[in-house]
Design a protein around this ligand. Structure first.
Ligand SMILES: Nc1nc2c(ncn2[C@@H]2O[C@H](COP(=O)(O)OP(=O)(O)OP(=O)(O)O)[C@@H](O)[C@H]2O)c(=O)[nH]1
Length: 707
């Protein structure tokens, strides 16, 4: 398992590219923390295969002298393009290792009926990643010890303790003298990443239904797994906790999912207690995939990511056939042809093998590499060129669609070009993010980004900061609204600046907002509060069912805009973490939505406008003007801050003018002279107000938009 010792590099000293290692161990560049041209002569660097030039020009050295970067295990690399303006571009190359001949021989000898492809289905924090670690250790895939969360590969996942990206790992496990080839998928538990969960279920045939013994079953993800027809294997986790009540969890499984509790495994993923019983249960009770190596190649594209050096890498599930380097394959939807460069398994890093066979899940990339992630359509079927008519395409699935849009602008405008590069790079690695350029008068050049939810958006922001050193101002999240004109023409608007404002504009258009059907599972004692929360978020009740004697399933139709406004966080708060939430798209609905704008001396501030339901405009408007006032500097004239819906002003605050005593120098009582001076001052102020409108500093906007 490659591990990078804490590597400190003083970037002021050298501009370098750090390539994905042909080596499995990243090297300590320099103990002094300074990398200079002399420490790495060009020749030796090139032959080491992972570091290349150019180095920094001496004149550029001082720009970021104090920045120290710690290169992390698994994402250790950076590719510094230029140090002017502290421009550093990080690349996260996929660390990879080479399979040993013994391991490959063992894998090749495993027959299809001893393959098991399974995922772990659980609610947030029930212990999926911890259990995955233990299983990886048990099978010798990683070294034992510690709480590593190996499959949470992103920094942000480790820092926040959440899984964002589904990760997969192939393991070899010997059970009763026979080798089994196990393929495990660790999926995110948060509702924002539901689509990611769904697509990863397609690469498996069974699921460990993991339940926290102290919390009991929370249905959201289980219904998803049920709907996919996966064989469910019950596992009760955290039995070491004093508050654990495994009997209750088992009873819930029996009553609600008709799962036989006698087959359940009770474990503590943290202490390792009983974890050795999990894989035997998988071998005994999970079905093997079906398929034939001699049939024409048929594989499903499950995921893809971009590597700077290899191009797009595809994660595929083979239903039939064999895939080898050199094969020429085609995608049924695009009919484009590619020559396979390398195939392999995730072990847990990319580990190349000589072939992938029916039943396996593995990666493939091409030579020449696929350039654009858009060519890889998730849910697509791939086969050998010539076999197109011999296979039935796999049942496809929808790619996750963004639900939440934000405007993003560099805190420092001079960083735009550099961050544009970084953002594009992050977007190519996260297919569910959409990207468009945007410009704002107040905030300058920026981007409009679409995400699966607000957590997804903030994770993206964190990644940009951690992996690329970029800082952004993010506008309030908005959902895609729809307007339909009288000819029936529809337009989706995901930028509030483009939403029509004012009653006149609404006369000939129908305004619609996206709705969801939310399913909330909650212990009965919190039911009242959950109903209150849903009602105050413009929800309409669909049903309430008692699922067990104490657990209730509540269904509400809610506007998506309310759901993305930290609804999940609030739900967790009022239910002390016991409620779970799932939702599905419920189409568009006519709604009295309008655009609330912030005006400063009658001029709209484009970055501060938001589409919302009319009932929310006044309250939000009042909050806006009060908050904005804090950030406006006093001028020599009065500054009026207003919140308006079309021509209707819903809230107002005034920042009084700075009073300058123009009569201070006058002595005595010459009244006419005094009046003249005051009159002149008044004129001047009027002039200032009409021409010199308030300049709102970037900092003020930043302060306002910060939560
Ligand atoms: N006491 C105890 N704590 C556990 C056990 N298993 C996991 N935890 C803790 O529970 C927390 C959540 O564990 P994770 O493995 O990150 O949970 P997860 O289900 O992967 O979370 P998401 O990926 O965010 O859905 C961590 O603090 C773990 O240390 C267990 O068996 N006993």
């Amino acid at each position: 398992m490659p591990y990078c010792p804490a590597l400190h590099v003083n970037l002021s000293a050298g501009n370098f590219h750090y390539h994905p290692p042909q080596l499995s161990q990243p090297k300590l560049l320099s103990r002094s923390g300074r990398a200079t041209r002399n420490s790495f002569p060009e020749q030796s660097v090139a032959s080491m295969g992972y570091l290349s030039l150019p180095f920094l020009l001496p004149s550029q050295r001082t720009t970021i002298s104090s920045r120290l970067f710690r290169l992390r295990p698994l994402y250790p690399c950076l590719n510094a393009r230029s140090f002017q303006n502290s421009a550093i571009r990080f690349v996260a190359p996929t660390a990879y290792s080479k399979i040993t001949p013994e391991l490959e021989k063992r894998i090749n000898a495993v027959p299809l009926d001893r393959f098991r492809n399974f995922c772990i289905v659980a609610h947030v924090d029930h212990g999926k990643s911890t259990l995955s670690d233990r299983l990886l250790e048990l099978t010798g895939t990683i070294e034992p010890g510690g709480n590593k969360q190996i499959l949470d590969k992103l920094d942000v996942e480790r820092e926040r303790g959440i899984t964002v990206k589904a990760q997969t790992c192939t393991m070899l496990y010997n059970y009763k003298g026979d080798d089994y080839l196990l393929h495990l998928v660790d999926t995110p538990g948060h509702v924002d990443f539901r689509a990611e969960v769904l697509s990863s279920y397609r690469s498996t045939d069974s699921a460990l239904l993991l339940v926290d013994a102290s919390q009991g079953i929370q249905v959201a993800n289980f219904f998803l797994a049920f709907a996919q027809g996966l064989t469910l294997l019950p596992v009760v986790n955290k039995i070491d906790l004093p508050s654990a009540d495994p009997e209750r969890a088992l009873e819930q499984m029996r009553v609600n999912f008709e799962l036989d509790p006698t087959n359940a495994v009770l474990v503590s993923a943290k202490t390792g207690l009983n974890v050795e019983k999990v894989l035997p249960a998988v071998c005994e009770n999970a079905p093997a995939p079906t398929g034939s190596e001699s049939a024409p190649l048929k594989m499903l594209l499950i995921d893809s990511w971009y590597d700077n050096f290899k191009g797009v890498i595809l994660l595929v599930r083979l239903f039939d056939g064999v895939l080898k380097p050199g094969d020429v394959i085609t995608a049924l939807s695009t009919r484009k042809k590619y020559t396979v460069g390398e195939v392999g398994i995730m072990h847990p890093l990319e580990t190349s093998t000589s072939a992938l066979r029916a039943g396996q899940v593995g990666y493939v990339y091409f030579n020449p590499g696929m350039k654009n992630t858009n060519e890889a359509k998730i849910g697509d079927t791939l086969t050998h060129v010539g076999s197109e008519s011999l296979i039935e395409p796999c049942e496809g699935f929808e790619e996750p669609q963004p639900m939440v849009f934000v405007g993003a602008f560099p805190t420092d405008q001079s960083e735009f070009t550099r961050l544009d590069d970084s953002i594009e790079q992050l977007v190519t690695n996260d297919r569910s993010v959409t990207l468009q350029k945007e410009a704002s008068e107040a905030l300058g050049q920026g981007w409009r980004l679409g995400f699966l939810g607000t957590l997804h958006a903030s994770v993206f922001e964190d990644r940009l900061r951690q992996e690329h050193g970029g800082s952004l101002i993010i506008t309030a999240p908005t959902v895609p609204y729809k307007i339909r004109d009288k000819d029936g023409k529809e337009e989706i608007i995901s930028n509030p600046a483009l939403f029509p404002s004012g009653e006149d504009a609404f006369r000939n258009v129908e305004r619609m907002e996206p709705m969801v059907l939310a399913t909330i599972t909650v212990p009965e004692e919190y039911l009242g509060k959950v109903i209150e929360l849903c009602e105050s978020n413009r929800g309409t009740q669909e049903s309430i069912t008692f699922w067990t004697a104490t657990q209730v399933i509540v269904k509400y139709r809610l506007p998506l805009a309310q759901l993305v406004n930290d609804f999940f966080g609030k739900l967790k708060g009022i239910s002390k973490g016991y409620a779970s939430l799932d939702y599905e798209d419920a189409g568009y609905e006519k709604s009295d939505i309008c655009k609330l704008q912030l005006l400063v001396n009658k001029i709209p501030v484009d970055a501060i406008s938001q589409v919302m339901h009319r009932s929310q405009c006044q309250r939000t408007g009042k909050a806006w003007v009060a908050k904005f006032k804090e950030f406006v500097q006093r001028e020599q004239f009065e500054v009026v801050i207003q919140a308006a819906v079309g021509k209707l002003i819903v809230a107002r605050e005034t920042v009084k003018a700075v009073r300058k005593d123009v009569t201070a120098k006058l002595y005595g009582g010459d009244r006419t002279r005094r009046m003249k001076l005051l009159e002149k001052q008044k004129e001047g102020k009027k002039k200032l107000q009409s021409i010199g409108n308030v300049t709102i500093e970037h900092k003020a906007m930043q302060g306002f938009l910060a939560k």
